[in-house]
Design a protein around this ligand. Sequence first.
Ligand code: FAD
Ligand code: FES
Length: 259
Amino acid sequence: MGKKQIFNATLTAIRALSERYSMLTLSLPATVGDMEVLPGQFVEIRVADSPSTYLRRPISICDYDAASRVMTLLIRRAGEGTEHLCDLPEGSALDIVGPLGNGFSIPAPGSTALLAGGGIGVAPLMLLGKKMKEQGVTPCFLLGARTASEILLAKEFAAIGEVAISTDDGTAGEKGYAADNSVLGRHYDLVCTCGPKPMMAGIAHKARANGSPCEVSLENLMACGLGACLCCVEPTLKGNLRACVEGPVFDTGMLLWEI
Ligand SMILES: Cc1cc2nc3c(=O)[nH]c(=O)nc-3n(C[C@H](O)[C@H](O)[C@H](O)COP(=O)(O)OP(=O)(O)OC[C@H]3O[C@@H](n4cnc5c(N)ncnc54)[C@H](O)[C@@H]3O)c2cc1C
Ligand code: FES
């Protein structure tokens, strides 16, 4: 697992993808060295100059290029902390702890994988899809959102593999929920999913019906992000596990969900 570090990154570019979503590009300092990032890991970011956001905010690592030390984050405006991060001027310094948590599994070369993300849940799937492709796995992406304008990074995902889309209103791809998309009718060697819990549970249900193993990335509320406060615990077959340390990625076979 990548060793966690604390560092100041520079915000070199910020791109609004829609009213609610922005892509932040960060340049990491040379002091991070050969930092290893597993797809599915996240960082905790201090929201400076914001009196009501004392706690760091957990954000998935969307992409990371170790050679150039460039990290990409995809952020949805959810409240004061994320609003503040999306409104920062280029050149700002960000105080970051990471990489944190575990990552998704990567199946053997020659395997197939479905990577399903709902809304901001697509964030960890970019680095995951790239790593899978590098390692000879064929990824298919399933992107779900309420409406076409909220489908994120479709072109970027299409450069890596097949892309299927579901929108609630039918303005792009298949009309309906991601968990009902026709690509879920196939068997995969691994299904990875991140997004709203009902979507992940629906996808896990279909994966099980097709005999595909399934891993989910949980976005449980977090405070310390370091395993100390226990506010993020998830009940599992192995007892209460901390989503920030033993997760955020869990095999659905371990979870006590109704799948
Ligand atoms: C492991 C992990 C990875 C994440 N990755 C990303 C990411 O890549 N991009 C991104 O934009 N967001 C991500 N999130 C969610 C993000 O951390 C929250 O949206 C953020 O902390 C909200 O802070 P805020 O100050 O903007 O809003 P707050 O004012 O704190 O909260 C605003 C609303 O968001 C809800 N909220 C707060 N924390 C979470 C959470 N963890 N999950 C879901 N809802 C939450 C609150 O209940 C409230 O309704 C991730 C969360 C986790 C645990
Ligand atoms: S957030 Fe504190 S233990 Fe997980």
